[in-house]
Design a protein around this ligand. Structure first.
Ligand SMILES: Nc1ncnc2c1ncn2[C@@H]1O[C@H](COP(=O)(O)OP(=O)(O)OP(=O)(O)O)[C@@H](O)[C@H]1O
Length: 254
């Protein structure tokens, strides 16, 4: 039995508290994320998927329940404190990278995650080989643009850089928030393949939100369906084998 790297116990989030529009988004969520889990998450619009990531990431606080990291209660820690073990890639390629800095500088910055940030040019030079090799694993020419300002990259290259930055320090948990959704089909598939390769080869722990049911079934070792702020289904690798996109779709109905 794997030990959970992250655990949510009865997590509730309530917005607009005390007003007529008070809403409970997550309704007492229980979730154990084991080391090496690669979980795909699907659910209708408004099911609470991003809220789940916000609550794990510390951008939103749980109104009830607990969040444990390696058994330690982190419920009341800040987003910044959680960056020491957690990283997130958003849908928007503009988030997650500094536009005016070069690809290599952004990567160096990412190696300082959770630490005091000092850019030391000498360190950039000595890391260039490693960074270039890492960039080449994304299969989209990023390795030829190491000294280019990030704002001048294509959306796919920028998103690939965000992913590399999120994984460069080997966080305990990576949150992928529809990170390929804003890309064209070819670029999106390329990034998904690179993502999958990196996560499985390096045995990283990741959660990936997607609206593509085929992708949800193809990648990862576990699939969660969120509905109305609750976990409707949690399939392990074995159970997933008998699922099809059509069967999965039935969880969205009603
Ligand atoms: N800060 C907030 N204030 C008020 N309502 C909110 C807030 N954050 C989320 N909601 C509402 O909570 C519900 C869940 O939102 P959330 O963004 O988590 O859904 P989602 O599953 O990620 O949806 P989508 O697939 O559209 O991205 C939605 O109805 C949303 O409008």
């Amino acid at each position: 039995m794997n030990k959970p790297i992250l655990e949510l116990q009865g997590v509730k989030t309530i917005v607009n508290k005390g007003t007529s529009s008070e809403t409970t988004i997550l309704k007492g969520l229980n979730l154990k994320i084991n080391e090496g889990d690669f979980i795909t998450i699907v659910g209708t619009n408004g099911a609470g998927k991003s809220t789940l990531f916000n609550v794990i990431g510390g951008n939103l606080h749980a109104d009830e329940g607990k969040i444990l990291h390696n058994g330690q209660d982190i419920t009341n820690t800040t987003e910044e404190q959680r960056t020491a073990f957690l990283s997130r890639v958003f849908q928007d390629p503009k988030l997650g990278t500094a536009a005016r800095m070069t690809v290599a500088e952004n990567m160096l910055l990412a190696t300082k995650r959770g630490e005091r940030r000092h850019l030391i040019p000498r360190k950039l030079k000595s890391n260039m080989d490693r960074f270039t090799k890492l960039a080449a694993t994304m299969n989209n020419g990023l390795e030829n643009r190491m000294n280019t300002a990030t704002g001048a990259l294509s959306g796919g290259q920028r998103q690939a850089l965000s992913f590399l930055m999120a994984t460069i320090k080997r966080p305990d948990v990576i949150l992928l928030d529809e990170h390929t959704a804003a890309l064209d089909p070819h670029t999106s598939l390329n990034l998904l393949h690179a993502t999958n390769e990196r996560i499985t080869k390096d045995h990283l722990t990741a959660l990936m939100i997607t609206h593509n049911l085929e992708d949800a079934l193809e990648y990862g070792n576990r699939l969660i369906v969120l509905k109305d702020g609750e976990i409707k289904a949690d399939f392990n690798a074995e159970q997933r084998k008998s699922l099809t996109p059509e069967k999965l779709y039935t969880y969205f109905e009603g």
